[in-house]
Each structure stands twice: as structure tokens, then as C-alpha cells.
Design a protein around this ligand. Sequence first.
Ligand code: OOG
Ligand code: MG
Length: 257
Amino acid sequence: MKQFILKTALDLDQAAVSANPISQISIKQKLSLADAYEIQALSIRKRIIRGEVLTGYKLGFTSKAKMEQMNIHEVIWGRLTDSMRIQNGETLDISKFIHPRVEPEVAFRISKPIDKVLTFDNVFEHFDAVAPAIEVIDSRYENFKFTLEDVVADNCSSSAYVIGDWHSPETAIQDLQITLSINHTTVQNGNSKAILGNPLESLIEMSKMSVKYNESISTGKIILAGAATSAEYVKSGDHVQANFDGFGTVTINVGNA
Ligand code: OOG
Ligand code: MG
């Protein structure tokens, strides 16, 4: 293992635990995408050693809105743990975050292990429910600024997620109108088709990543398909709502839990 990899993983973990940002790795250290995924895996291993449980995976930069907001045009993946889970309608404790942002997502619940590249013909065999969701992202880098390698090392800014009511896997999810509102004012309008044309494509993309990175996905895991709109900053006192037309509503309050 390259020398900087373990230290960087520990620095990123510490930044997340203490809610204190660090400067971008890539400014001082040349790193490849493979290095970045290695750093991510080690930082998650640190969480698992502390007792957190892996609950799923998330895709990033699966919509144009997100690619353009962060100026990164490549699909990435990260890991989710039980400590990131917030129940629908509950409070996000802002003191645990650096500069959190929220974004509307679609979630899948895996019902059969994924260890091969899926296609539209067999993807339905691998999940038993879909749900609206909100992801809370919180870059561990100062000013929420990063390169592709920086953000992958930082577990793709994963920090919290909220899942709404689960629906049958046959639910049509490729054309859902979405609004994200903060304090009852709409701040983002979007559609689920912005996610790779259909959020199911994200699941197929995740299957490709799982093969490429040798990370088989077990039953019960959650997959977040990637945001349909740009992300929005939140502050203490905010009421956040993502509404998916005909699919449900997900809310969180921002405060000190
Ligand atoms: C990186 C994570 C991207 C998404 O849904 O596209 C992501 C970031 O924007 O900080 O979660
Ligand atoms: Mg996201």
C-alpha cells in the first residue's frame, strides 16, 4: 500500500468524526482513482471497527444537475452505514456536520445478491422495494471543493440518508416529478428521469461497479441512485421536504437532536 493512503483515510475519518474540514488531498498529493477507492475502503473499515454496520451504497453524479454543480462528470460510488440513517420526519443533528447539503434521491432495497453485471432483463430480480429518499452530503474538504479523486476518497461526501415509504418494485419510477423545499419554499424542481434517464440505470451502474471493485452486494442493502437535482445547503431550524409526485414525501428537520 502506498504510504499516504492509510494516513489520508484516518485524516478523513477524523474530519468526519470531529466535523472539522481538512484541505483537499489532491493539492499536496498526487493520487489515482484506484488510490481514492482504497482510501475510501480503509476509512469505512475504521467505522466498521468502531461498530458501525454497512447498510448500503450510493451512486454520485448520475444526473446532469449534480455533474454541473460540482463540475465532475464521472459516476462514482460510496458506502452507507447504520449511523448515517435518519428516520423519515426526524431531526438531523447539525452539530455533527461541517456544511451539510440535501438532495432528493431514489432508494432500492436489494433482495438477491448482486455479484454480476445486471441488465434491464434481470435487474428486477434483485430488488423488492423502491422508495423516495433524501441524501445529506457533507464534504470533509474546506469550502465543499474537491476533484474526482478527492471526493471518492471522502466516501463521496456520504453523511446521512432518510428513506420514505417503500413501494412495490414494479412502481414506475422513470418519470416522477420531484420538488425539494426548505421551509415550505421550493428550492429545486426536478424529475427522476434526470437520473441516468431512469433510476434503474443507477442500479445497473452499481452492479458494474460491484464487479469492477469486487464488492458483492448482499440482500437487505440499500442503494441510493444519485440526486435528481442540485444539492442545497441547510442550516439549523430548517424544515426540509422532498416531494415525489405520486410516490411520497420525505422530510427532515435540521437542529440539534
Ligand atoms: C458528491 C456526492 C454526489 C450525488 O447524488 O450525485 C452525490 C458531492 O456532490 O458532494 O451524492
Ligand atoms: Mg447523493
